[in-house]
Design a binder for this molecule. Structure first.
Ligand SMILES: [Mg+2]
Length: 230
């Protein structure tokens, strides 16, 4: 495998956010005793672990109040998500499945780099029917900062699949400026996809090497990754 393509999940490959929001809400209430939502902070592109910490800090919780219960909070949240997800339709975004299919055929190593906690990410992928394409990932339960997640993904790709990163053969696709910055920090090529809440201009401004409106045109995405003419 001489290419690695890393994908963000929410609003890049799939859509379905209600169960995730509910899981945060229930976990804040049960573990920290606060009735709050993730909307009190700018959470776009943050990892789940980071969102929990930032929301609580905004509510004036101290590190010593947050940290001892953080693992328990993440465990509870994943359980709540699986319950809530039964009621939710989680769907792949247009073109996502076709792109993954094509990349798999071309023997590209595929991985997730998502802020979602690991059990939540796999559950979403499975519900959207995209799980057969992924062999590994790094998750919001692996690190607080997204920048660290990309670096861990490169390390895992080498250790588990023998992938040798040469500076040009790894790509990260994501829908927020934080995805782009995380990819750049790790030195991979970044492709901003404007299927979330940010425009191609905003993603470009964040430093994306390439930007696309969406994943609908498989040939166009492949052209970027394989440096082909469309
Ligand atoms: Mg996203």
């Amino acid at each position: 495998m001489n290419k690695l393509v890393l994908f963000d999940l929410d609003k890049t490959l799939l859509f379905g956010i209600a169960a995730h929001r509910k899981a945060f809400h229930e976990a804040f209430k049960e573990i920290y005793g606060v009735d709050t939502t993730i909307d009190i902070i700018d959470h776009q592109g943050m990892t789940d672990q980071q969102i929990i910490i930032r929301v609580l800090k905004k509510l004036r919780f101290s590190d010593s109040e947050i940290k001892p219960k953080l693992k328990e909070c993440m465990r509870f949240m994943a359980e709540e998500f699986e319950k809530a997800a039964e009621q939710e339709k989680i769907v792949p975004l247009p073109g996502a499945k076709e792109l993954l299919e094509e990349l798999s055929k071309r023997n590209v190593l595929l991985g997730m780099v998502t802020g979602n906690l690991e059990p939540i990410a796999w559950c979403k992928l499975q519900k959207a029917g995209l799980n057969p394409y992924f062999r590994f990932g790094t998750f919001g339960s692996d690190a607080i900062e997204r920048n660290t997640l990309v670096k861990i993904a490169l390390k895992k790709a080498k250790e588990e699949f023998g992938f040798e990163f040469d500076g040009n053969n790894a790509f990260l696709l994501g829908d927020t400026p934080r995805d782009v910055v995380a990819g750049k920090t790790a030195g991979v090529k970044t492709i901003g996809i404007a299927t979330g809440d940010f425009s191609t201009e905003e993603l470009k401004e964040a430093g994306a090497d390439f930007v696309l409106e969406d994943l609908k045109d498989t040939k166009k995405v492949l052209a970027v990754i394989f440096n082909e003419r469309v």
